[in-house]
Design a protein around this ligand. Sequence first.
Ligand code: FCB
Length: 456
Amino acid sequence: MSSFPPGFLWGAATSSYQIEGSPLADGGGPSNWHVFAHTRGKTTSGQTGDIACDHYRRWRDDIRLMQELGLQAYRFSLAWSRILPAGTGRVNERGLDFYDRLVDALLAADIKPFATLFHWDWPAALDERGGWTNPDSAHWFADYAQTVWRRLGDRVAHWSTLNEPWVVVDAGYLHGVHAPGHASTFEAPQVAHNLLRAHGMAVRAYRALPAVHRSGGTGKIGIVVNLEPKDAASDTEADTAAAQRADAYMNRYYLDALLLGRYPPELPVIFGRDWPGYRSDDPSAEFALIAEPFDFLGVNYYTRSVNRYDASAPPVFASPVRQEGAEYTALDWEVYPEGLQRVLCWLKERYGDRPLYVTENGAAFADPEADASGRIADVQRVAYLRAHLAALRMAMDEGVDVRGYFAWSLLDNYEWACGYAKRFGLISVDLDTQARSVKDSGRFYRDVIARGSALP
Ligand code: FCB
């Protein structure tokens, strides 16, 4: 029951801006996150990714740590701004060199690279050209992707186009709490559409590459979304409708477009007169491009939300309600393992069978100090992982085709606008010395991998 099928892939995930540091090294250009984090008042205590986990220089040590945990796969992202400092045009080969070496070393360590092309950081110069509101952004992305594939596509067999487009739209363009810090219900739906077009264009570009750049023809391409069950706080019509809108806005927005070639009917209601009026029967809306078939779907799962109608929370008019007696993480996310099983089963039911990976799952907790022997007993994180792996196994028992699991995160890292205080790592990082130590959760995960099973 608790054991996973042979060939099930065990990994851990990170992203470029959150761990690399040295953002401008070797000819890299400033990214949107570099600019945002260096803008007064945007991040907790003004913290930036200037140093982060210094992975740009310590990547060899980090691969050794991955080996210590027994990781079979590693999900990371590429910093577009290292590769094309101005976003388009001139290629900075030294930026590509970094990922080239990383990929070779991962393969030498028998760890499968899962690369994400866009995990929220991109060249700041592109924001000056309208960012994702510019319809050309889809072309910028497809061009960048092809530059990467011509260099790394022979060796990396799993590519994700975008990480969590919902967060880019909601946090970056609608609420302004992430780069580029816009707060506009007018821009948000256009940004979502362009992100989806960018994904579709990249998928088509990948298919058109010679086999040599697609891992000899075996390469797979997909996209990563974050999903949360959206429950209603009561059975009143107002709360039920609020939960439904929240679900349309976060979950179905992207998946209906990608897998059904249309947007959910709640969106025109949510965006009102700012809704651009995309229609699936209008070729200029490019739903055929957006719904270009892809190979796998990545699911990031952390929590659920229980929603009530809230007149003060436009444009969705839904607010989360705290659950009495539930456990919450340091980011105030409810610990709700059942939700992982629910979203995976819902995917199968609504969109049919397709290869899935859990591309992120994990929790931020205020970890205890290391004891005299150096041990970090992060019992809450161990319990979180154990419960979520059990939920994952149950979804698989119900026939959901999950091929692998990636813990978020390999290292304590830069949690975006929250800075370094919110720690998700299986491995702790001392920010002063950069010393790494494997936490109990890392040891637990190592045992899971070695046994292929979550329970002892
Ligand atoms: C996800 C992001 C990831 C990390 C985790 C906690 O939304 O993809 O970069 O911040 O949340």
